[in-house]
Write a protein that binds this ligand. Structure first.
Ligand code: SF4
Length: 474
């Protein structure tokens, strides 16, 4: 849902019946599991601090570590490409496909490939693309973008996936799972979800066998060994990177970590924050390049790195936990943000990566409650970054109506006589706030408080008199 304003998208999302309930249930489940996993983990906060230090230290030494990674990866047999922007990354990916005569590719889950709009470019070149992550496959079949950084189909109920698979994969429910009506009976939900997963697996097995090239992202790029590390639960990434004859990994340079010793911290923090697992089911560390390609993407990251206030946004490990606790995300879902990255990190990151003109309203999609910052495993103060974006937007707009009102109010409260006189007009302001079109919208969702019977000074004077009377009576 691109091209519209945040407000337009949010209203569209909020009007979708059942969406907020589905999102709330799924995100709360992930948060509950994460909280239970870290409950008995005395080291959690220490690990979080450690992870933040590693990431910030990496960003401060990025030139040196990037050069080291490239040198070691090439020595391992990888072919390393650098892409300044999305267009260049797509061009490189297409060239590799052409060089290898590829017409069918399979993809492991990769947000960076979404960022560079890889699928449309491949399809426009006549290449068949199959997403192999279950959630990604579902949104691909629907023609949608992922609705969450780690859970692309989080916004969908099992009933919707059942309908989709019937239409697109010719799926038929086994007779023992058939039911009456539109809603799946609660006692059959997990059995049907399992059978749908098996149907997707059968479909994907055929696609894996015919794919000539596999695309993947990378969770970590290890500088001192020149290796890629990928985390997943479905083994589809492992297959995508080993079964086809060509493998291409695409990753932003922000995925660098200095050494193998740093990896353990993240192997623990990422899955726990994401799904509440202590470890992901599969951790693949690819050290043997054997002609594999790595496309290292900048796409606005260098510019962000030079931003002294916001560069720590590059330490995000894409766990999605900030979305899970965000009251805005829980109501409008990922599609409400209108960009590849959603939730609080998307709101802070997209204006940098996609431009303030396109995404300038996203920092306003926050209650600034700070839940995102509290849960972030690398300690990014996300809500502060959003607040800074708002200040930047305000500065760019110049003196606003709100600022003028605040200045006038500051002038007024420094002059008690004027303030007292202005206070008598308050009831009038209450009526006007509902009449003037410019204020009607503001006041339609806010109530101005009732005018108190006394001013504060009158109340103090009354209280003083009452205290004095009581003392005289004693
Ligand atoms: S900002 Fe933090 S919580 Fe959000 S996705 Fe990134 S690492 Fe996870």
């Amino acid at each position: 849902m691109k091209g519209k304003t945040l407000e337009h998208r949010a209203r569209r999302q909020l009007s979708q019946s059942g969406l907020a309930d589905t999102l709330y249930r799924a995100t709360q489940r992930a948060v509950d599991k994460r909280n239970a996993t870290i409950e008995d983990h005395a080291e959690w906060e220490r690990r979080r601090d450690h992870a933040r230090q590693i990431k910030l230290h990496t960003l401060c030494r990025i030139d040196e570590l990037l050069a080291q990674f490239i040198e070691r990866a090439q020595a391992n047999g990888f072919v390393v490409h650098a892409a300044l922007d999305a267009e260049e990354a797509r061009r490189i990916a297409l060239r590799i496909c052409r060089d290898h005569g590829v017409t069918r590719v399979i993809k492991g889950k990769s947000m960076v490939s979404e960022e560079i709009a890889l699928n449309p470019a491949l399809e426009a070149a006549g290449i068949e693309v199959t997403e192999s992550d279950l959630g990604e496959l579902i949104v691909q079949l629907l023609g949608q973008a992922p609705a969450h950084i780690t859970a692309p189909a989080i916004h969908l109920a099992v009933e919707e996936i059942l309908t989709l698979f019937r239409e697109r994969l010719a799926y038929e429910l086994p007779s023992e799972l058939r039911f009456e009506g539109a809603a799946i009976p609660p006692r059959q939900r997990s059995a049907i979800a399992r059978d749908l997963t098996l149907a997707a697996r059968r479909f994907l097995q055929r696609r894996f066998l015919r794919a000539q090239l596999g695309f993947s992202g990378a969770n970590f790029l290890i500088a001192d060994s020149g290796r890629l590390v990928l985390l997943e639960n479905e083994a589809n990434i492992r297959l995508s990177t080993t079964l086809p004859r060509v493998h291409v990994a695409i990753a932003g340079f922000d995925k660098l970590i200095p050494s193998h010793d740093d990896l353990a911290t993240f192997l623990h923090l990422l899955p726990t924050s994401s799904t509440g697992q202590r470890l992901t089911s599969y951790v693949s560390e690819i050290g043997d390049g054997d002609g594999r390609h790595i496309i290292l993407l900048d796409n606005g990251r260098s510019q962000l790195l030079a931003d002294a206030e916001h560069y720590d946004l590059l330490s995000c490990i894409r766990c999605g936990a900030c979305s899970n606790v965000c009251p805005i995300f829980r109501n409008i879902g990922g599609h409400g943000y209108g960009g590849v990255y959603s939730g609080p990190i998307g709101a802070a990151l997209l204006p940098h990566l996609g431009g303030i003109d396109a995404y300038g309203d996203l920092p306003f999609a926050s209650s600034l409650c700070g839940a995102c910052s509290s849960i972030c495993p690398v300690g990014i103060p996300i809500h502060e970054r959003l607040l800074e974006w708002r200040e930047r937007a305000q500065r760019a707009r110049g003196t606003s109506g709100e600022k003028l009102i605040a200045r006038a109010f500051a002038w007024l409260i420094e002059r008690p006589a004027w303030f007292a006189a202005a206070a008598t007009t308050y009831p009038l302001a209450q009526s006007f706030s509902r009449l003037l079109p410019v204020l009607r919208r503001w006041s339609s969702e806010r109530d101005l408080p009732e005018m108190p019977r006394q001013t504060f000074l009158e109340w103090i004077a009354d209280e003083g008199r009452e205290t004095q009377r009581r003392e005289e009576e004693r």
